[in-house]
Design a protein around this ligand. Sequence first.
Ligand SMILES: [Ca+2]
Ligand SMILES: [Ca+2]
Length: 121
Amino acid sequence: MSSAALLLAATAHAQSAAPAQTIAPPPVSAPNTLITELPPPGFRTMTMQTPQGPVTVQWGQPATLPNAADYKATVEQLDANGDGFVTPQELPEHHALSSEFRLVDKNHDGRITAEELSHWQ
Ligand SMILES: [Ca+2]
Ligand SMILES: [Ca+2]
């Protein structure tokens, strides 16, 4: 008998001598559930049949932009130093007007008047 066969026999013996272990069954996963909540306003849903089952997709965008209020701002609200003009420094961080300042500033003098702002809104 070769040493390899001996080792094999010894291993088999050890395995059979080991006490039987109770292996817990894997946790039962929650059954597949369908999403039944209504989509947020402005969103649409569509259910497609696929070989794997129905797939519901949802798409759209909020009915109102998160910064919609920025577009209603007036010079009075934004004019921090009260000189009647809005400069980029007076705008709150991430204000919608910041990224469009150069467009709104029609005469490119670096400040926005109420008249210039009225064309933006
Ligand atoms: Ca000002
Ligand atoms: Ca201007």
